[in-house]
Ligand binder design. Structure first.
Ligand SMILES: NC(=O)C1=CN([C@@H]2O[C@H](COP(=O)(O)OP(=O)(O)OC[C@H]3O[C@@H](n4cnc5c(N)ncnc54)[C@H](OP(=O)(O)O)[C@@H]3O)[C@@H](O)[C@H]2O)C=CC1
Ligand SMILES: CC(=O)C(=O)O
Ligand SMILES: [Mg+2]
Length: 544
């Protein structure tokens, strides 16, 4: 057993007692006579699987992580495909919605607007300051596609960090989940007597910005070796904070950049399959996005690299991408629009607003349709059938999370395209048998890349996270498929290989950081690729 933290409370002040690492052996007599690790793993798995509800399984796993984090991560690593949906999307979405009701114990750091002016002193309460290497920070303003969940967004930071540990071997004690509480506009939560956050509406943007400036400055003072991942900030803040702070501190936005990287990678592999079936040149793809928020625009920006890597100009790349938001196709003549939509706004369409997705598909004739809209079933039978009519193998990526907000299900896409679809979704779907052949859905989720981006950035001690480091992560992922995975028609590697994949991505990220001169562990420059990969793997934490 590895009990790391025991919270205790006195006068409303939380005190954390930190147990030594590695944990002292438990004195004889305080555990049953026979508690053997392998058998205990079987016991834990049986307890987990005996629960009917995924949220119950989530709660069980949270408690296991608290009581015996080594066993928790052993189970994660050995059963990645089974456990990931329980500690991450889709179940983490339910855990967030229910957080104030299922809450058992404190985990992570809570910074509130009431701490403005004294954020540094709050950060110094963290019990493992010297170990801290990676923080996932949310303000709960757009959790998955579930909207403003306020402080109930904390499980998303916790879940992402569990994947950093499981997926890339970041030490558990080096992770810092953070939730910034500046209120919530979710009336249901404000009315909920059990709600754990500040009972007030969100503060104005300027006040939030001032808090973020103080928070990030103090973070850099208290945690000088820390990388920050911004997570699930609503789109306006996601873009504003990334551009305001990315040159000052080592940070990246997972929804804009991580999602961009993972989708670029899957798209590169999908486009090859699609072009092989149609005979269409790789440069001839046209990509239609439903959703133009932080994720949609972030992915669209990253996908311009697909075309540029094939030798097209920036303008030629941009021409091949179309965005649709809640008002329909985005084009200049439609009128004023949010800043982040302008780059992809069409200049070549001047007619009446085009809102119907089938009509838009017939107008654009995309080879790929990507959903980041939070609109369940937006890719309905008519839309998918039109995609199949225009393409020998249509690329259909319903990327919204959690699973109940997916733009379409894998089984539907298979049926409506007669098994021709090349598919990736944000949350997992089961494989399908079609005409005697097994078809596998991809999971186009940033979970494939952020652990490796984090590991590479931490090991190289990158002072900033550049666009080319993100692109390198994407190419590292795209090139990580085995011949068997290619033969099975996959566009992403199997998640059970996440440690290998993260190692490869970390290597690509470190090399790019070195090229850009933003690495501070310059000794790694002397290692050749084999030696660097060995160095990366040797640094990965492993459960017992
Ligand atoms: N697979 C992955 O790894 C990831 C998936 N996501 C998912 O992406 C989704 C979107 O996230 P994010 O971009 O931050 O959210 P936003 O809410 O900022 O963006 C949603 C976008 O969808 C548009 N939209 C809403 N309703 C409709 C409609 N009826 N028809 C067409 N478009 C519509 C909105 O239009 P308007 O601008 O007009 O309001 C907006 O552009 C979430 O479900 C999230 O879970 C996010 C990150 C990673
Ligand atoms: C996966 C993720 O980051 C999201 O849905 O927001
Ligand atoms: Mg996210």
């Amino acid at each position: 057993m590895t009990v790391v933290i025991t919270p205790s409370w006195s006068n409303g002040v939380q005190k954390l007692k930190v147990a030594p690492q590695p944990p002292a052996p438990i004195p004889r007599g305080l555990t049953p006579p026979v508690l053997e690790n392998t058998v205990h793993k079987t016991r834990c798995l049986a307890q987990l699987r005996s629960k009917d509800q995924d949220l119950e399984k989530y709660i069980y796993l949270s408690q296991l992580k608290d009581a015996d984090h080594s066993m928790f991560y052993r189970i994660c690593l050995d059963h990645m495909a089974e456990i990931t949906p329980l500690i991450y999307t889709p179940t983490v979405g339910d855990a967030c919605l229910r957080y104030s009701h299922i809450y058992r114990r404190p985990e992570g750091l809570f910074i509130s607007i009431q701490d403005k002016g004294k954020v540094g002193s709050i950060l110094r309460n963290w019990p493992r300051i010297n170990d801290a290497r990676i923080a996932v920070v949310t303000d709960g303003s757009r959790i998955l596609g579930l909207g403003d969940l306020g402080v109930n967004g904390m499980p998303i930071s916790i879940g992402k960090l569990s994947l950093y540990v499981a997926g890339a071997g970041i030490r558990p004690q080096s992770t810092v989940p953070i939730c910034i509480d500046v209120g919530t506009d979710n009336q249901k939560f404000l009315d909920d007597p059990l709600y754990l956050g500040l009972r007030q509406r969100r503060v104005p943007q300027e006040e939030m910005h001032e808090l973020m400036e103080e928070f990030l400055h103090e973070m850099s003072v208290v945690f000088p070796d820390l990388l920050i991942q911004f997570e699930d900030f609503s789109t306006d803040k996601a873009f504003a904070f990334l551009s305001a702070f990315r040159d000052k501190y080592p940070l990246f936005n997972d929804d804009i950049q991580g999602t961009g990287a993972v989708v670029l990678s899957g798209f590169m592999n999908a486009a090859k399959l699609s072009s092989a079936a149609s005979g269409r040149p790789l440069t001839d793809h046209r990509i239609l996005f439903l959703g133009a928020g932080s994720a949609g625009v972030g992915v669209a920006q990253q996908l311009t690299s697909y075309f540029k890597l094939l030798g097209l100009s920036e303008e030629e790349a941009r021409e091949r991408i179309y965005l649709v938001d809640s008002q329909g196709l985005i084009y200049d003549e439609r009128g004023p629009m949010a800043e982040h939509k302008k780059y992809f706004s069409r200049k070549d369409y001047t007619g009446e607003p085009m809102k119907d997705l089938v009509e838009i598909v017939d107008y654009v004739k995309p080879t790929a349709i990507l959903g980041l809209s939070t609109i369940k079933s937006a890719f309905n039978k008519a839309v998918v059938e039109r995609m199949a009519a225009h393409n020998a193998r249509p690329i259909i990526f319903p990327l919204s999370n959690p699973v109940r907000l997916s733009e379409c299900e894998f089984s539907e896409a298979v049926e409506w395209t007669n098994g021709k679809v090349i598919f990736a979704s944000g949350s997992p779907f089961p494989e399908q048998e079609y005409e005697g052949k097994m078809l596998y859905p991809g999971q186009g989720n940033n979970m494939y890349v952020f652990p490796g981006i984090g590991l590479g950035s931490i090991l190289s001690r990158a002072s900033t996270i550049t666009d080319s480091m993100i692109e390198a992560a994407s190419l590292g992922l795209a090139n990580s498929l085995t011949p068997e995975e290619h033969a099975d028609g996959l566009i992403y590697p199997r998640i059970s290989r996440i440690r290998d994949i993260s190692g490869q991505i970390a290597l690509s990220v470190i090399r790019e950081a070195q090229k850009q001169g933003v690495d501070r562990s310059t000794d790694l420059r002397q290692l050749d690729d084999d030696a660097l990969l060995e160095h990366i793997k040797a640094r990965m934490w492993n459960p017992l």
